[in-house]
Each structure stands twice: as structure tokens, then as C-alpha cells.
Design a protein around this ligand. Structure first.
Ligand code: 5GP
Length: 186
């Protein structure tokens, strides 16, 4: 058994398989390609959680584009949102007059993306849309429009395909619910 496979023992169950993800990511790439025809978007990856989704998604989008990266402080080693949003790494490029597509791993309360969206609008982006792999609509605390979402999931703490707990599990190919015994040890 590989090292990564050992991490599956910490999951309660697999929620979304790598095959389901690949199918949805391909569909989403096609949709974005159609929606942005004639445009040259800046596609922004929100580090670190979105990196796996981002690298798969951009290869399914058949358009000229630039990519950029932004990092926002989030959960640390806890599984509960603090609601505090801090910009840790900013974009390298100017977004004014540009169509920006923000790629995120998961929308939970919506606070992180709401902050990012208003920041990019404030900088003069001509449009700002959001693409997320996962969405937990039941947990929303702010009104946020999410244009592209692959999977709606229940209110559970998930890891894999880029999502971590205490910086672990990002390399799991599937998304799974972390067994509560792992984080109730905290
Ligand atoms: P929001 O600001 O929408 O509450 O939180 C968004 C961020 O919280 C995500 O980018 C992610 O880092 C983290 N997050 C929310 N739910 C989960 C989850 O179930 N698993 C993991 N690993 N991170 C989560």
C-alpha cells in the first residue's frame, strides 16, 4: 500500500470519487470555454486548497488566459471557520479592466470569497466570477453568487483533492469526510 492510501484510513467515507471529479471538471471547463468565448480571462487560484482543482480545470478550458495566485488565511489546524479573512499573498498582476475567474476549493460561510470578490471589484476588474469544486450551501453566512460549482455537499468537514486538515490529505485523489476522531483529539 502506498503512503497516500494509508491516509484513507482516517476517512469516515469517500464523498466524491476522482472519476466523478474528472467528469465534472471537464464539463465545467467546456462551460467556461463557451461563456468566455472571445475573452482572455485571468484565472486566479486561491492557495493552497484550490491548487489541484485549478491545475485540472485550466487544462479543460480552451481559451487564451493568464493565471495568477492569491493566498488567504483560513482554518489553520481547526475545522471551524474563524470568520477572519487575511490576505497572505497577493496577485502579481493588475486586474483592472480584466475578466477574472476565481477558482476556489470550497465555499463554506462564503466570507473568504465575498472578501476576494469585493477586493477584485474594487481594483477595477470588469467582471469577477467564482468557480468552486465544492459548495456547502447550508453553511452560508453572507449573500454570495457562485457562478460555477461542481458539487453541493452536506455540512461535514472534508479533505482530499487539495483540501487539508492540518496540512495533510491534500494529495488524496478523492474527496472524503474526515473521521471526527481525527480532529476531536485536538
Ligand atoms: P468560508 O470563508 O467560505 O467559510 O471558508 C472557505 C475556506 O474554508 C475554504 O477555502 C477552505 O480553506 C476552508 N474550508 C471550509 N470548509 C472546509 C472543509 O470541509 N474542509 C476543509 N479542508 N477546508 C474547509
Amino acid at each position: 500500500m502506498s503512503k497516500a492510501m494509508g491516509q484513507y484510513e482516517d476517512l469516515e467515507r469517500i464523498l466524491v470519487t476522482k472519476e466523478e471529479i474528472a467528469e465534472k471538471v471537464q464539463e465545467l471547463g467546456e462551460r467556461i470555454t463557451r461563456d468566455y468565448t472571445g475573452k482572455q480571462p485571468i484565472v486566479v487560484c486561491i492557495l493552497k486548497g484550490a491548487v489541484v482543482f485549478f491545475t485540472d480545470l485550466i487544462r479543460e478550458i480552451d481559451l487564451p488566459m493568464q493565471i495568477d495566485f492569491m493566498a488567504i488565511s483560513s482554518y489553520g489546524s481547526s475545522t471551524k471557520s474563524t470568520g477572519v479573512v487575511k490576505l497572505v499573498k497577493d496577485l502579481d498582476r493588475d486586474v483592472s479592466g480584466r475578466d477574472v475567474l476565481v477558482v476556489e476549493d470550497i465555499v463554506d460561510s462564503g466570507m473568504t470569497l465575498s472578501y476576494i470578490k469585493s477586493e477584485l471589484q474594487h481594483r477595477g476588474a470588469s467582471s469577477v466570477r467564482i468557480a468552486t469544486l465544492l459548495d456547502k450551501p447550508a453553511r452560508r453566512r453572507v449573500d454570495l453568487k457562485v457562478e460555477y460549482s461542481c458539487f453541493e455537499i452536506p455540512d461535514a468537514f472534508v479533505v482530499g483533492y487539495g483540501l487539508d486538515y492540518d496540512e495533510k490529505y491534500r494529495n488524496l485523489p478523492d474527496v472524503g469526510i474526515l473521521a471526527p476522531r481525527i480532529y476531536t483529539k485536538e
